[in-house]
Write a protein that binds this ligand. Structure first.
Ligand code: TEU
Length: 563
């Protein structure tokens, strides 16, 4: 069998709300995207992943869908969408849609019907349960189990109309669909086929390892200091998850050509990822795993640890080895849920922002797998200077603040410190197109404040400057397209104990690549056995003057190639 096209592809993620606003209402839209497609084509990306643009009350910025086969008026119309798709294809790019089917909006007609009463024909499309035995429905502690929702509070919402509760792992406006019911699956597959028939090129599947749950919905373990039990072990990677994805493959993807499917799986292990992505099993092409973005946090997302490079290398190295024979890795530092990588793992000071952003890009892109670039990452965009809680918009940030400050009695300043480092809003500040007052994002008032550093950090400046992060990313993407060692080379981690240097080789046939990134603000020398030989190899790429004896400048990356 031929190698799939996406082995050598690079994906660019657009978060439409924050990308480009063509109509001046302060929110990005499809026409804004059309106007900026050349930015993405110029970077050399092959695929665009579009975060949700479907009709939605926007409780979770579109990850709460009330009509799957329509575009939200905030973003435009189906005609705008068709035009976008045609413009994308005209540039030789592909368009992958976000598929959010673990849950719908509570305003989706399916849920409205389901909620209408215990006898509704769609009652069983969602997870309805009575109060805990012996408890008065609707009273504190009477929820069917003790799970907390990801966005704070209980995972159950009481419905006085029927005296029952419905499950929502995310917000109360995101009720979980019941995949046990074959009618739900039929409806989802029909909707997916409708989009593929329209010409889209695949799906990024939101929390797709949550669709199969332990139907007993048992209480979860309660961690010290927490008021809720952990549901995740009971709703992630449940007993029928592989079965459902294989069925989806057969009902939607089989017989269609040149698609890309990627499953977002917050709880996935390497062993499971091999099963999900082994082509022989016909489930998905690749998964987003989360281990490497969990390295600097505790058991909950709000406990911050400093980065230990050895941990980061250990986890990414294990994934490289684990998926070497079967399956395929996706490679990402950023998306709309993660803080900006240059602020998180690099150094966003004036002195080292550009250099460390390039180092991070090179270290990631030269792994084996398919790299994902999140809008603005190619500019080295940074976290935002949030002041008070009023500056945040994300339901997760607001939910956590309310739970931590109001219910758990934590100090507002401590909670804000964590949110400034970790909030998803860091990724969602408007794309910085130019130095003008709203960064060229909108002529109106942006829904989330533009980062004041847009006067320095913006696409117009980056495209003009041959030494920008943008042109460095462009070169990285070009390298992947040119050189099979980047796509297919095997991967060997070097210096696993080193806390400053991230070093590895890739080998394909007679060609070998050496990549070393300095994750520190100090000079550091890579004590490799064959350092001498490498020093005289071709230096393909770096972000600082060529080193001697592999002694790297702060935040320097070097890429050597020999045959
Ligand atoms: O994210 C799933 C997910 O794992 C997040 O809840 C993540 O744990 C959290 O944001 C980290 O802070 C997906 C989408 O990417 C996210 O934007 C949605 O809010 C969520 O699903 C619900 O649809």
């Amino acid at each position: 069998m031929d190698n799939p096209w996406w082995h050598s592809a690079v994906v660019y993620q657009i978060y439409p709300r924050s990308f480009a606003d063509a109509d001046g209402d302060g929110m990005g839209d499809l026409r804004g995207i059309i106007q900026h497609l050349d930015h993405i084509a110029g970077l050399g990306a092959d695929v665009i992943w579009l975060s949700p643009v479907y009709r939605s009350p926007q409780d979770d910025n579109g990850y709460d869908i009330s009509e799957y086969q329509d575009i939200d008026p905030v973003f435009g119309t189906l005609a705008d969408f068709d035009e976008l798709l045609a413009e994308v294809h005209a540039r030789g790019l592909r368009l992958v849609m976000d598929l959010v089917v673990n849950h719908s909006s509570d305003e989706h007609p399916w849920f409205v019907e389901s909620r209408s009463g215990k006898g509704s024909p769609k009652r069983d499309w969602y997870w309805w349960r009575p109060a805990r035995e012996g408890m008065e429905p609707g009273t504190p502690g009477a929820e069917p189990n003790n799970w907390g929702s990801v966005f704070g509070g209980s995972a159950w919402e009481y419905d006085p109309g029927s005296g029952e509760y419905y499950l929502h792992i995310f917000s109360r406006k995101q009720p979980d669909l019941n995949w046990e019911n074959p009618e739900v699956r039929d409806a989802v597959y029909a909707m997916m086929n409708w989009w593929l028939d329209r010409g889209v090129d695949g799906f990024r599947m939101d929390v797709i390892d949550h669709i199969s749950k332990d139907t007993a919905l048992p209480d979860g373990a309660v961690r010290p200091g927490s008021i809720y039990g952990e549901g995740a072990p009971h709703y992630m990677n449940g007993p029928r998850n592989h079965e459902f994805l294989h069925e989806m493959y057969q009902r939607v993807f089989a017989g269609r050509d040149r698609l890309l499917t990627v499953g977002e799986m917050p709880g996935v292990t390497i062993e499971e990822a091999i099963r999900y992505t082994d082509p022989a099993r016909q489930e998905v092409d690749m998964v987003f795993q989360f281990e490497h973005v969990f390295v600097d946090r505790g058991p909950d997302p709000w406990t911050l640890y400093p980065l230990r490079l050895t941990r980061l290398k250990a986890t990414l190295g294990r994934w490289q080895a684990g998926l070497a024979e079967a399956g395929w890795n996706s490679l990402y530092w950023n998306n709309h849920d993660q803080p900006r990588v240059v602020s998180r793992f690099g150094d966003d000071s004036a002195e080292f922002r550009v250099r460390s952003a390039k180092m991070l890009g090179a270290v990631l892109h030269l792994h084996r797998g398919t790299p994902y670039v999140y809008q603005g990452e190619e500019l080295g965009m940074t976290n935002a200077p949030f002041g008070s809680i009023a500056d945040f918009r994300d339901i997760e940030a607001l939910g956590h603040y309310a739970q931590a400050v109001e219910h758990e009695g934590r100090s507002p300043e401590d909670v804000l410190t964590v949110l400034r480092a970790r909030s998803r809003d860091n990724a969602r500040t408007p794309m910085q197109w130019d130095a003008s007052p709203q960064a060229g994002f909108t002529t109106g008032t942006p829904w989330l404040a533009v980062n004041p550093n847009h006067t320095e950090i913006n696409a117009a400046a980056a495209v003009k400057d041959p030494d920008s992060v943008y042109h460095f990313y462009r070169r990285l993407i070009e390298l992947r397209h040119e050189d099979p060692v980047v796509v297919y080379g095997d991967f060997t981690m070097l210096l696993p104990e080193d806390e400053r240097l991230y070093a590895y080789t890739r080998r394909h046939g007679d060609t070998e690549l050496l990549v070393i990134g300095n994750f520190s603000g100090e000079r550091a020398r890579a004590g490799l056995d064959d350092a001498g030989a490498w020093s005289s190899a071709e230096l393909v790429l770096t972000n600082a003057p060529a080193p001697e004896d592999l002694e790297l400048e702060p935040w320097q990356v070097v890429v050597y190639r020999r045959t």
